[in-house]
Design a protein around this ligand. Structure first.
Ligand code: G1P
Length: 296
């Protein structure tokens, strides 16, 4: 069953330095976006793509992630006693649906290294990688869009987004040619190269890698053979580039709005968007913003 996708890896071992001091004693993946921690958005996206097996790569100080997805008997019985059934359902919903495992990345040696830590639990099958601070709001969950492409092509697919030149050096950037795709033009690309965090002049295109990947298991072999790259870290981008020599890899420009919620400004933008679209808070919040706008 080469095209089944059952497992999703969440690298969560980063230090979150861009969000200090909030992330000093709290994992950035647990920062709240309206009423859920960032990582829950990613986990729900994986579930919506039919992927129930979640593997979180953690490090010291990240145990609240484990607690969040664990059962919470005291809280659940308190909510039950108080008759707060809706809240009870919300608290239980995600933990009931997923199977979750944790692996410790003992040292912060880079995204490539974090993914490599998943090897034993992933085994010899394709898997997804979701970077929890890349938050995507879309009608069809981004990973589900990518899964469709993956199942058609039977090859690795990574998420892409066009980024202005002046911001491109914050990303992995691909060299690509359009590939036929039933749908809007310039969505699917065959990748020929990629570089992690190039300078604006050296960037091969304006197509940046966003933190959603569907990878064939061969990536582990390439991760083993890849040298330390940008920032002195083992880069996933470098291993995927090395894989291109032997295996096709596609890039897919997903439909939706992406926020870099690991950055203070991006987090504020995401908060605004998700608050405005929240089923219970949206209307009230929009009215509040309109009154605020008058004072700006
Ligand atoms: C990581 C990847 C990079 C990608 C980015 C998207 O970088 O290494 O290729 O463009 O995520 O958010 P990071 O933001 O962790 O430095």
């Amino acid at each position: 069953m080469p095209f089944t996708l059952r497992k999703a890896v969440f690298p969560c071992a980063g230090l979150g330095t861009r969000f200090l001091p909030a992330t000093k004693a709290q994992p950035k993946e647990m920062l709240t976006l309206v009423d859920k921690p960032l990582i829950q958005y990613g986990v729900e996206e994986a579930l919506a793509a039919g992927i129930p097996d979640i593997l979180v790569i953690t490090s010291r100080g990240k145990s609240s992630i484990e607690d969040h997805f664990d059962f919470s008997p005291e809280l659940e019985s308190a909510l039950q006693q108080k008759g707060k059934t809706k809240l009870l359902e919300e608290v239980k919903a995600v933990s009931d649906l997923i199977s979750i495992g944790f692996v410790r990345q003992k040292r912060a040696l880079g995204l490539g290294h974090a993914v490599r830590c998943a090897r034993d639990m992933v085994g010899d099958e394709p898997f997804a990688v979701l970077l929890p601070d890349d938050i995507i709001r879309s009608e069809t969950p981004a990973l589900l869009q990518m899964k469709g492409v993956f199942q058609q092509l039977g090859a690795s697919v990574i998420a892409l987004m066009r980024v202005p030149r002046e911001e491109i050096s914050a990303y992995g950037v691909v060299e690509a040619t359009p590939h036929p795709f039933p749908g809007p033009p310039n969505r699917l690309f065959r990748l020929h190269g990629m570089v992690e965090k190039p300078s604006a002049q050296d960037a091969p295109s304006d197509l940046a890698i966003i933190g959603r990947y569907i990878l064939m298991p061969e990536i582990f072999r390439f991760l083993d053979a890849t040298e330390t790259g940008a920032g002195g870290e083992l880069q996933l981008t470098d291993a995927i580039r090395n894989m291109l020599a032997e295996f096709p890899v596609f890039g897919y420009v997903f439909e939706g709005t992406r926020y870099d919620a690991g950055d203070k400004f991006g987090y504020l933008q995401a908060t605004l968007d998700f608050a405005l679209h929240h089923p219970e808070l949206g209307t009230r919040f929009a009215a509040h913003l309109r009154t605020k706008q008058a004072t700006l």
